[in-house]
Design a protein around this ligand. Structure first.
Ligand SMILES: [Zn+2]
Length: 285
């Protein structure tokens, strides 16, 4: 089949193509909604764990520094104690008072040195205890966050697995349909869609009203829409209007309500399977 130039499409064909595009885009939107904030939450948790891991590494390094300092002070104490022992031995052999005084001063000095070293060791040990506590807290937090991450990742993976193939197909479909639509029309459709809260750029007439903003459409305008000769937009919300019949939507003759071929039901099932987690909430219902 040869590719048609988009400008050769009739208004009817353009509307139909736009509606098909809208259906595909809405399906993609729905799948993204299911994923919701999950991708962001996973990213946040990963970032937090990375930050905490860096903090633990830093604390471990600090503890090692204190331990090295303690080992050094212990070495200094051993040296000072050896000196004290030596001086004490020499005291037994002093010849005069001057020598005695000198040795006594040395012993006093070395003893003070030992006391100072012991004080430094006590301080370092206190610091190590604080750091160990800080490290344990961070590690506990990491474990907790990792648990959360595991849960969120599985949840996301489950949803992705369910929808991946379908979503790829839809994206292909979107590409094909977009290529069929004339550039200017596609641009304005995309703009309408972007500004619309429900992501609908084209809607069908529903109970004499716009299917997007639910404002009543005057009868003459409804007739124009039914003719498929012109592209007509809703005068309130600016959405492109399509005759339900052309959109392939069934209308309930009795109520005038339209019924989409697919969609709603599926979503309800999905929601109820999700609510399994919040057991108490569903118990209350
Ligand atoms: Zn409207």
């Amino acid at each position: 089949m040869a590719k048609k130039d988009p400008s050769e499409l009739s208004v009817e064909e353009r509307l139909k193509t736009l509606y098909q595009l809208q259906t595909a885009l809405s399906s993609i939107d729905e799948k993204r909604m299911l994923r919701g904030e999950l991708p962001l939450e996973v990213q946040d948790l990963e970032d937090e764990i990375e930050g905490l891991t860096t903090r633990v590494e830093k604390i471990t390094g600090e503890i090692a520094d204190y331990q090295r300092a303690i080992a050094q002070k212990k070495g200094e104490i051993a040296d000072a104690q050896a000196s004290v022992e030596r001086y004490k031995a020499q005291l037994d052999e002093v010849k005069n008072n001057r020598e005695y005084d000198t040795l006594s001063k040395e012993i006093e000095f070395q003893t003070l040195e030992i006391e100072l070293c012991n004080k430094k060791i006590r301080e370092a040990n206190n610091k190590i205890a604080d750091k160990e506590q800080e490290k344990a807290n961070s590690e506990a937090l990491i474990a907790e966050r990792q648990g959360d991450l595991e849960v969120k990742k599985n949840e996301l993976e489950e949803i992705m697995e369910e929808t991946r193939v379908e979503e790829e197909k839809l994206k292909e479909q979107v590409k094909t349909l977009e290529a069929k639509i004339e550039g200017r029309l596609l641009t304005s459709f995309k703009r309408i869609r972007k500004n619309a809260r429900n992501g609908l750029g084209i809607v069908y007439v529903q109970r004499d009203a716009c299917g997007g903003c639910f404002n009543k459409i005057p009868p003459q305008r409804q007739l124009d829409i039914k003719m498929h000769k012109k592209i007509i937009v809703c005068e309130y919300c600016g959405r492109i209007m399509i005759d339900p019949e052309l959109a392939g939507v069934k209308i309930d003759k009795a109520t005038g309500a339209t019924e989409e071929k697919k969609g709603r039901a599926k979503r309800t099932i999905r929601k109820s399977s999700n609510s399994k987690k919040t057991t108490d909430a569903s118990d209350m219902e």
